[in-house]
Design a protein around this ligand. Structure first.
Ligand code: MG
Length: 210
C-alpha cells in the first residue's frame, strides 16, 4: 500500500449536509445576523466570528437544538461499506473538520473511524455556555492542522490521501500525497484535486486507495 492514512473533511463528505454551522443558524433563528457575520469575518478574523456567534448569538440557549441536529445528520451513501473496506486494507482513517467535534464523534462511533479533530462549542447543564475550543483561529488552518495530524500519527503527508468538498479544503490538498474533490460545487477545488468524484457515493473513493 502506497497510502497509509486518509483524512476526510466531514460536512458534505461524510454527511450529506455541507455546513453544520449554517444549520445551527436556522435552528436558533440567527440566520440574518449569522450569515452577515460569517460573510464579514470567516476569512479574516475567525476569533471575532466565534466570539460574536457562539459568545453572543447562541450563548445561554438550550443545547437541545444542537443535539437534535447531530442526531438527525445523515450519512452519504456507502459510508459504512467504505470504512469497513478501509479497515480491511489496514489504512488509518481520520476526520478533520471545522464543524463540531460532537458530530465527528458520532461518525467515529458509527463507522469505526480511527481519530477525529473538530471544533467544540462548550455545553454545560444542557446550555450553550458561549465558550468554545477551536482547532485553530486561522481560516486556512486545515493545512497546518493536517500536517500536525500526520506528525502525530507518524505518517509522511505524501503517504496521505485527503478528501474534501469546498474551497477551505484546498490548503490540505496542497500538502497531501493525493487529493480527491468529492461531490463538490467548487471549480477551484476540482482544479486543485488529483481526482474528482462528481456524486455523493463514498464507495467511489476506494478505487483511489492503493
Ligand atoms: Mg465540507
Amino acid at each position: 500500500m502506497k497510502y497509509k492514512l486518509i483524512v476526510f473533511d466531514m460536512d458534505g463528505v461524510i454527511f450529506t449536509d455541507d455546513n453544520f454551522w449554517s444549520r445551527m443558524h436556522y435552528k436558533y433563528d440567527t440566520v440574518d445576523e449569522g450569515f452577515r457575520l460569517t460573510e464579514k469575518y470567516l476569512k479574516t478574523d475567525v476569533k471575532k466570528l466565534a466570539d460574536e456567534v457562539i459568545g453572543k448569538l447562541w450563548k445561554g440557549n438550550s443545547a437541545e437544538g444542537f443535539f437534535e441536529l447531530i442526531e438527525t445528520a445523515e450519512y452519504n451513501p456507502g459510508a459504512r461499506d467504505l470504512f469497513a473496506a478501509l479497515k480491511k486494507k489496514g489504512i488509518k482513517t481520520c476526520i478533520l473538520t471545522s464543524g463540531p467535534t460532537e458530530l465527528a464523534r458520532k461518525a467515529q462511533r458509527d463507522l469505526g473511524i480511527d481519530s477525529v479533530y473538530g471544533n467544540e462549542i462548550v455545553i454545560k447543564k444542557n446550555k450553550i455556555t458561549g465558550e468554545y475550543k477551536w482547532l485553530s483561529l486561522d481560516y486556512s488552518h486545515k493545512g497546518e492542522t493536517f500536517l500536525g495530524i500526520c506528525r502525530e500519527l507518524y505518517v509522511n503527508p505524501q503517504e496521505a490521501i485527503v478528501v474534501g468538498d469546498n474551497d477551505q479544503d484546498i490548503f490540505k490538498f496542497e500538502k497531501a500525497g493525493f487529493s480527491i474533490a468529492f461531490n463538490s460545487n467548487s471549480e477551484k477545488l476540482k482544479k486543485a484535486a488529483d481526482a474528482v468524484i462528481d456524486d455523493n457515493n463514498l464507495m467511489k473513493i476506494l478505487e483511489f486507495v492503493k
